[in-house]
Design a protein around this ligand. Structure first.
Ligand SMILES: [Zn+2]
Length: 270
């Protein structure tokens, strides 16, 4: 009897092991594209365009139109990120999303947000760079900044091949002329903001709705609770107040639009 129980126990153990192994083997593999460091390096960035981009940091959108540019930085919470994207998709509004590569050199997790990156591009928003690592960039030499931006562009290129990234947001808004010059070599223009939503405080909704005016660039964050929680109310209220919610691709004032690479569809006031 004892021997029989042992044999049964062994059989159950082997059966359980086989189920566990099968589960591991058939589990769907996450969609994680490989890095392609040297793709998506933009071509045709002329010296004139570089000079323009390095010297035209954006701080406000087109104040001559009733336009508001909602911008969302960072990643770190899939649910909130997608809730915000859902809001914009359902209400037909556009925004700009600035994503870093990661939060430390050994934690470059951008590729784990490939679904969200694909949505940003497919749903007509603007995707911008928020640095390879989310640190103040003023401490880095130009060589390192250049290397980092290539790595970031390579990551994004492997997720949305052919998408041309045109905008950059400095982590913490710590803007720097040397860095602006490096990013301009890659066709990137720095975009700051004129209004902060807060995002971690309950006043997030009022912070936006009570202070907003034409041309404002609103800083929000995809992983922050109240930015996600109030995204629908913010978008609905702004739309019903007569604002057009656009991405930086169409909502900049004409002085900040580089005519050298101007698409007639962009910067409609030009
Ligand atoms: Zn950030």
């Amino acid at each position: 009897m004892k021997e029989n129980e042992d044999r049964l126990g062994r059989r159950d153990f082997l059966k359980a092991s086989a189920i566990v192994a099968a589960t591991i083997l058939v589990r769907p593999v996450a969609h994680i594209p490989p890095e392609q460091p040297d793709e998506c390096i933009p071509q045709g960035v002329t010296p004139e365009l570089q000079e323009f981009l390095a010297s035209h940091e954006v701080r406000k959108g087109d104040i001559d139109r009733n336009v508001v540019l909602m911008t969302y930085d960072d990643f770190g919470n899939h649910e909130r990120f997608n809730a915000i994207l859902d809001t914009y998709q359902e209400l037909g509004a556009k925004a700009t999303f600035f994503v870093p590569g990661g939060y430390a050199r050994d934690k470059i997790y951008l590729r784990y947000y490939s679904r969200e990156i694909e949505r940003i591009v497919a749903e007509g928003h603007a995707l911008g760079c928020h640095g390879l690592i989310h640190e103040p960039l003023t401490v880095y030499k130009k060589d390192q900044l250049s290397k980092d931006i290539r790595q970031w562009l390579g990551l994004v290129s492997s997720i949305v091949p052919g998408y041309e990234v045109k905008y950059f947001r400095f982590p913490f808004g710590a803007s720097d002329q040397d860095a602006r010059e490096v990013f301009a070599e890659y066709g990137l223009q720095s975009v700051l903001w004129s209004l902060e939503s807060g995002g971690t405080e309950e006043r997030t909704l009022q912070n936006v709705l009570e202070r907003v005016s034409a041309g404002d660039i609103v800083l929000s964050h995809t992983p922050r609770f109240y930015d996600a929680y109030y995204s629908r109310q913010i978008v609905e209220s702004l739309l019903s107040s007569g604002y057009s919610l656009e991405s930086v691709a169409t909502g900049l004032k004409k002085e900040d639009c580089p005519s050298a690479r101007l698409d007639p569809q962009e910067c409609p006031n030009n």
